[in-house]
Design a protein. Structure first.
Length: 92
């Protein structure tokens, strides 16, 4: 029993050192928790961004670029002849 009481007493003998260790541990644990929370927040934001991005393909007639150059976009019946059916894209 003397060894246990002496070791506990030795650990708390220097109050400045004990306080500094406690502060360093508190800061380290707080930063680790902040990193975990920010990682989850960024991960959820990336997932919502991936879900909102669509795969749209617009086929315009030759000469029309960025809304300049005239012409009308092809209709659905003309687009089917130009673009073969693509397999569905699976999100990882």
């Amino acid at each position: 029993m003397g060894v246990v009481s002496r070791s506990v007493g030795n650990a708390f003998r220097n109050k400045v050192r004990s306080g500094a260790v406690a502060v360093i541990l508190a800061v380290a644990i707080g930063r680790a928790l902040a990193m975990l929370v920010s990682n989850q927040a960024v991960g959820s934001k990336v997932d919502s961004l991936k879900a909102s991005v669509g795969n749209n393909l617009t086929v315009n007639p030759a000469g029309s670029r960025g809304g300049l150059g005239g012409g009308n976009p092809h209709g659905a019946d003309q687009t089917a002849d130009l673009v073969p059916a693509a397999p569905p894209v699976l999100n990882p």
